[in-house]
Design a protein around this ligand. Sequence first.
Ligand code: HEM
Length: 355
Amino acid sequence: TESPLILAEGGVWSCFSYDAVKAVLTDYEHFSSQFNKERSSKEPIESSVLRIDPPRHKQMRTLVSKVFTPRAIEEMAPHIANIAESLLDDMVDKSDCDFVRDFASPLPIMVIAEMLGIPYQDRDRFKMWSDALVGNDYDHYLLCQEEMSAYFAGIAAERRRHPQQDLISKLVHAQVDGEKLDEVELIGFCILLLVAGNETTTNLISSAMLCLDERPDLYDELAADRTLVPPTVEEVLRYCSPVQAMPRRVAKSTELYGQRLSEGQHVNVWIGSANHDEEVFANPDTFDIRRKPNPHLAFGQGIHYCLGAALARLEAKIALSALLNRNRVVRRDRTVPLERLDSSIVFGVKSLPVA
Ligand code: HEM
């Protein structure tokens, strides 16, 4: 069999098997998330929780973790269900609908915009920015990151003067080791929360719609038995992992599967591949909503485990239930071919026109 670790040109390792992916994700001492030696870089995302190591990682994460616990998130269920139903109402009334543009994308944006305390009217910009941040065009990425920084700097200044009950107000007043976050860190946190909660959940919801579209038998089963909705969401997370890969940097030279990884080398951790590892998942390329257990790694593993996992799961369950409530009124136009997103990080489709 092939090695679970492959060294590509340019000195970047790729790791594909379930065990190797898990080993790297759970060993932050050897596999760092921090790509800049200095703690705080000039780039906001590079100084966010996603890209820093302990001990500061935990201190930063703790600032907002209470807001994202499953219990706190569950309280938002009725509100999210209202949003989902009203988005579907609007779609049913309108011709020329697109499930991604009109439902799967606005739903998570509306929810996270409200949590952060930013006006939903700016959603077109949020969408454009988040697309750029997970896209493959680096110049556009930098430009959008600059625009987002200016946008959040304005909101943060406003919340310093007039605090509200939202996440940005929490962050502008938060302290770590007796000091407030610096401006780049603060903005990085805001950008991360906006973007991480967007593209990923949109793709989870669109992929769920697609999986059911391909399997009408499952649609009927789910409509009749709603207890199957949560395991279906888990299987979509495994089968169509919205985040396909995450990067790490070798912080201390080490050995893994007989290979020598040297300090400073980069490692790409292929979550999407781990979730199709036949050693762990029987018939990995079959979409099976009754798969048990289903220990997929779609939300990562270890200290950087997705902060928004409970929120993403809830949004996807609500989205799927709302769709089932409509009994096939909202369904995909199969005459339009599917087009994948141009991204090597996130997995999903660009659009899903509705018949
Ligand atoms: C981290 C996936 C939704 C916020 C992560 C990581 C993964 C992931 C794989 C780990 C990254 C790493 O180890 O380097 C997903 C998927 C989602 C989703 C598949 C939806 C289906 C969300 C949502 C939010 C969010 C809705 C927030 C609103 C975050 C944050 C981190 C993170 C803040 C960084 C945590 C840390 O570094 O400690 N996510 N995510 N995610 N996610 Fe998510």
